[in-house]
Design a protein around this ligand. Sequence first.
Ligand SMILES: Nc1ncnc2c1ncn2[C@@H]1O[C@H](COP(=O)(O)OP(=O)(O)OP(=O)(O)O)[C@@H](O)[C@H]1O
Ligand SMILES: [Mg+2]
Length: 507
Amino acid sequence: MEYMAESQYINLLPSPASLIESLRHIGYSMETAIADLVDNSITAKSTKIWIRFSWDFGNPWIAIIDNGYGMSRQELVKAMKFGSIGPQEKRSREDLGRFGLGMKTASISQCRRFSILSKQENDIYACAWDLDRIQSTNDEWQVEILNTEAICNYKILDSLLKEKLINLESGTIVLWQNFDRLEELSLIQDREKHFNSILEYTKRHLELVFHRYISPDLGGGKRTSISMNENELEAFNPFNPRNMATQELHEQDFYLNGEKILVQPYVLPHYNKVSKQEYEKYASEGGYLHNQGFYIYRNRRLIIWGTWFRLIRKSELTQLIRVRVDIPNTLDHLWKIDIKKSNAFPPDGVLKELHQVIEKIEVAGVNVFKQRGQKLSSSVKIPIWNRRATGGKIIYEINRNYPLLEQISSNLPIQQKEMINDAISIIENSFPKDLFFHDLANTPEQLTNNEFDRGTLEKLIDVFIPLIETEYKTDREKSTILLQTDPFASNKKIVESILVDRGLLHD
Ligand SMILES: Nc1ncnc2c1ncn2[C@@H]1O[C@H](COP(=O)(O)OP(=O)(O)OP(=O)(O)O)[C@@H](O)[C@H]1O
Ligand SMILES: [Mg+2]
């Protein structure tokens, strides 16, 4: 189109008061809004993110605090601007942002006032947007700049600063206040209940969407700890890869605009391969039927899940199939990522590739479902060691769900749990393969496990029965599960005779 020399142009600025009220309705929920701020903290290389919240006698607030690289005064002011960096601008490969809007749109979707305080190289700066002020000044985009004195007057901001940020080299606090949306509920008690329940839901949401940051895969980058009111979030990996009955199918990849897309299909265990508790845990909100499908991760952050993108119907027969798809942020324009990072749709080229993936794996998923009572790999339901064949490699891992291990770590604080986990990983990764192979090739007859004698097995049974008692009530159930648990399964004869002696099993 040609621009006519005789045309006139006038500057037509949007009206802040009405634009900002409309921007509140992009469609964020509490959990997607908080996740958008967590994205920013992760992009800022934080290793710790504290989410704090309080009902505060009807004046609720929520804060997201991180130990990331923070912002200078200039950066902070720029960050407060709606559309600080546009989607056309080049970003680092690790950046979880795209639009230069998230922090602002996510915050105003939930509350009428939000403040950002950032610390960098001992300098502390703070700014705030207040929708009521924008309404009253009408046609001005006036952001509040808080000096040190002003910060002291904001009780919550000041106390979070003193409690957390002051001791860090750098970091950022985002504080939300004035939650007018809650006022839609007329009863005060209902508002408080609702506030707490959406934050409880938010916890589960973050444990899922950031699970690869909370607990990275081997070689998958640094661990980021996220807590909510000092309760550590635990990663929820929707593929249950540590369970031996989970089938990790062949990893595949393909290229789009020269960028690699990785596809890893899983078939989750059929219900008679795992405990009821575990089966239900992985069914999660909505159940297996609803949660089957692709799980799209953008830079290891889950953005959309439980959809086949209309390539096939969700059916009972494919309900155990979940497919992990890894995409880089360089393809955002093709995937139609939305502002909330909670929606995306694959371009045609990708859809074709995904269709082929489905055709290959459908067979495997359907088989698991049809095989109901048949053995998949071993009659041992609760093994100590798991064998996994993945991406052309065979890995032996210690079963982290082994009841004794679970019992030991269940009451420990998260740091100690992770230390135990690290220790087990060290043991797994330093298995003396070469020596073992040498012995197996030369003197296989001398290669034995330390035998379990009857006395040891009896003691172990005493330890085990209380661990399984809540789930397996009858004597018959107890002895069946015991005989499918290692080391009892591999010492079946002796264990059976012990169980008969104790009257738990009848000849
Ligand atoms: N916790 C933080 N630590 C350091 N810098 C931050 C933090 N939060 C936001 N920023 C800065 O503020 C800018 C604006 O953030 P905002 O979330 O509005 O947009 P974005 O992350 O760039 O893109 P998107 O709209 O996709 O989220 C970021 O680009 C970043 O430079
Ligand atoms: Mg952002």
